[in-house]
Write a protein that binds this ligand. Structure first.
Ligand SMILES: Nc1nc2c(ncn2[C@@H]2O[C@H](COP(=O)(O)OP(=O)(O)OP(=O)(O)O)[C@@H](O)[C@H]2O)c(=O)[nH]1
Ligand SMILES: [Mg+2]
Length: 301
């Protein structure tokens, strides 16, 4: 899927995140203690989180102590390098057929939409895709998936309302084997990370998958709404403790997201961000590109 950093950059421009410009402005004037305090607030407001904001300020302070005349461009480059260090390329996933992907997250984070976008991505590669309507909680979610599956050309496996989502996953994997599908995407109902019982349900879905196809699901992706800031970090931690996550999908970057949360999550959890959502349509979906993302965050081109 072709992706240049410019696409993501435009979204940050639109939402008016001006972190880079503000830093430039700050260091274009005389630097005193208040400048460092202001810098820390700027980092914090960009959703980088308190520990990282403080760390970055100390780093810049030390840098300017050694080299008081450092131009603001160089300061921004230093910040860019520091932020990029947190991003590691994701580990390759051993090929499997069918390849099973479980999609999890809190209510309304963009799970079903992201699942559909992923399905569209695999369909474009010519893969045969089965979707499991594992959100048996809301009838509307099955209808939502029915529309997507039809538009994309994927098979949908569904069950009765309020049935066990593990059973839907089981049926979908059986169908995938029988039909020779390449990819299975399992939707799940939104759940609060604090509801233990619902979180345990995810572990059950994983167990059932593993029983049906040993080693599956190969991927468990947490969908995070980037506009909720630091709360996304808490969600990621909680989901990861109940069900080991292999990757993240960061959605709604076209909204009021500040973006720094991506760095905070990488720093703390080291779970790779694999995909980004930048709208409601199937094509508003790009593989995560760390350098382009950081450039967008810092308004660098
Ligand atoms: N602007 C924007 N809207 C998005 C994005 N991803 C999803 N949405 C919208 O967010 C809303 C919720 O998306 P869903 O995919 O239904 O979210 P969900 O996590 O499946 O929700 P539940 O199943 O109710 O938990 C819908 O209106 C989507 O169109 C995105 O990247 N950008
Ligand atoms: Mg849904």
């Amino acid at each position: 899927m072709g992706f240049s950093g410019n696409g993501m950059f435009q979204f940050f421009k639109k939402i008016g995140s001006r972190l880079g410009q503000k830093i430039r402005f700050l260091f274009g004037a005389k630097i005193d203690e208040a400048s460092y305090e202001e810098l820390e607030s700027l980092f914090y407001e960009a959703d980088l989180g308190a520990p990282l904001s403080a760390e970055l300020v100390e780093q810049i302070r030390a840098l300017l102590k050694k080299n008081p005349d450092l131009p603001s461009d160089k300061i921004l480059q230093e910040i860019r390098a520091s932020l990029l260090r947190f991003f590691q390329p994701p580990l390759p996933i051993p090929p499997a057929s069918p390849h099973i992907i479980l999609i999890v997250g809190v209510n309304g984070s963009g799970k079903t939409t992201s699942l559909a976008k992923l399905a569209a991505h695999y369909r474009k590669q010519g893969k045969k895709v089965v979707i499991a309507a594992g959100d048996t909680f809301r009838a509307a979610s099955v209808e939502q998936l029915e529309r997507w599956a039809k538009a994309i050309g994927a098979d949908l496996i569904k069950s009765q309302p309020n049935s066990d989502p593990s059973a839907v996953a089981f049926d979908a994997l059986a169908a995938a084997k029988a039909r020779g599908a390449d990819v299975v995407l399992i939707d799940t109902a939104g759940r609060l990370q604090t509801k233990t019982e619902l979180m345990q349900e995810l572990a059950k879905i994983r167990r059932i998958c593993d029983k049906q196809i040993p080693g599956s699901p190969q991927e468990t992706l947490l969908v995070l709404d980037a506009t909720i800031g630091q709360n996304a970090l808490d969600q990621a931690k909680a989901f990861h403790s109940f069900t080991p996550l292999t990757g993240l999908i960061l959605t709604k970057l076209d909204g009021s997201a500040k973006g720094g949360i991506a760095v905070a999550i990488q720093k703390e959890l080291k779970i790779p961000i694999l995909w980004t959502g930048t709208g409601e349509a199937a094509e508003d979906f790009q593989p995560f590109d760390a350098p382009a993302f950081i450039d967008a965050l810092l308004n660098l081109e």
